[in-house]
Design a protein around this ligand. Structure first.
Ligand SMILES: [Ca+2]
Ligand SMILES: [Ca+2]
Ligand SMILES: [Ca+2]
Ligand SMILES: [Ca+2]
Length: 294
């Protein structure tokens, strides 16, 4: 996200005490700590646990600020429209977002603006303290979004739910043209909910009991070595950190538990990757570091 429109990706993050922190990117790649975002009336403080989303809310070409927070009265999502110039943002005083005429009020709101139903109008998605994720469909226009009452996203017929204070990232993670959802919460695990044409499917995937496999050498160089824990068909894929599949799926089928397997990764550049292993009944994700060279 390039807040000052100088062609360099900046970083804007929330804060425990409700401010919105801005780190500006320098040409060399470093980030400088800038003053917290403000309006002409002072530094922005939205309560506690600010969760900012930078987006052009009213589609006028200027990036705006949408911020969730822990508090809920009278609402939990603040909108600061940008009335500045390209490259010189100036945020107006905030208003609270409404849906179906009522203030949106979700404890520990974490908002994302994304066109979930792919109708050309970006919607609002909000994760909250309860671990549920709410979808507020935009039934207005791109210039004047109007949100319907929120509905809980479903997964396999049940409300999609993480542990407390879910953080969300809607995107097409598997590049199949259908929006997916990445979530995380207090336990540090990232969950992948692949979107299906009829909704969102659950593939809870976490380490611990029941793992399909173990990466036996991590970091690794040239060859990824695995131990397969179950005698079931397992497909292994690798994803780059920007979400593109770079290897696989490669099929393995162990005859016995604990069999070793390997995958040639010598053609991949060094760096961090996400490994996805799936069987007919289970999905597992893990982090992998590749060291350059074979
Ligand atoms: Ca920038
Ligand atoms: Ca705007
Ligand atoms: Ca939409
Ligand atoms: Ca997808």
């Amino acid at each position: 996200m390039d807040w000052n429109e100088d062609g360099l990706e900046d970083l804007i993050v929330g804060h425990r005490y409700g401010s919105v922190c801005y780190f500006r990117r320098l040409p060399g790649g470093e980030l400088t700590s800038e003053p917290d975002l403000s309006t002409p009336n002072g530094t922005i403080e939205v309560g506690t646990n600010s969760a900012p989303e930078i987006t052009d809310w009213n589609n006028d070409g200027l990036l705006d600020l949408v911020v969730g927070c822990a508090e809920t009265y009278p609402g939990s999502i603040h909108l600061f429209l940008n009335s500045g110039e390209p490259g010189a943002p100036c945020l107006d005083d905030s208003s609270l977002l409404k849906a179906n005429g009522e203030f949106i009020s979700i404890v520990y709101s974490c908002p994302r603006v994304y066109d979930l139903d792919q109708d050309g109008l970006r919607d609002l998605l909000v994760g909250g303290c309860s671990g549920h994720v709410y979808w507020f469909r935009n039934v207005g226009t791109a210039q004047e979004p109007e949100l319907e009452e929120g509905v809980q996203l479903q997964s396999n017929g049940e409300p999609l739910r993480n542990d407390a204070e879910v953080r969300i990232w809607p995107c097409d993670y598997d590049c199949d043209g259908i929006p997916d959802l990445l979530t995380s919460d207090y336990d540090g695990v990232i969950y992948f909910f692949p979107g299906l044409p009829t909704g969102v499917s659950s593939e809870h995937a976490r380490s611990g009991d029941g793992d399909l496999l173990t990466i036996t050498e991590n970091p690794c160089r040239g060859v990824l070595r695995l131990r397969i824990h179950r005698p079931v068909p397992v497909r292994v894929s690798l994803y780059s950190m920007d979400g593109h599949r770079v290897s696989g799926p490669t099929a393995f089928e162990a005859v016995d538990r604990g069999e070793s397997a390997s995958l040639d990764v010598s053609d991949l550049p060094g760096g961090a990757y996400l490994l996805r292993a799936e069987s007919p009944r289970c999905v597992q994700h893990g982090k992998l570091i590749l060291i350059p060279g074979s």
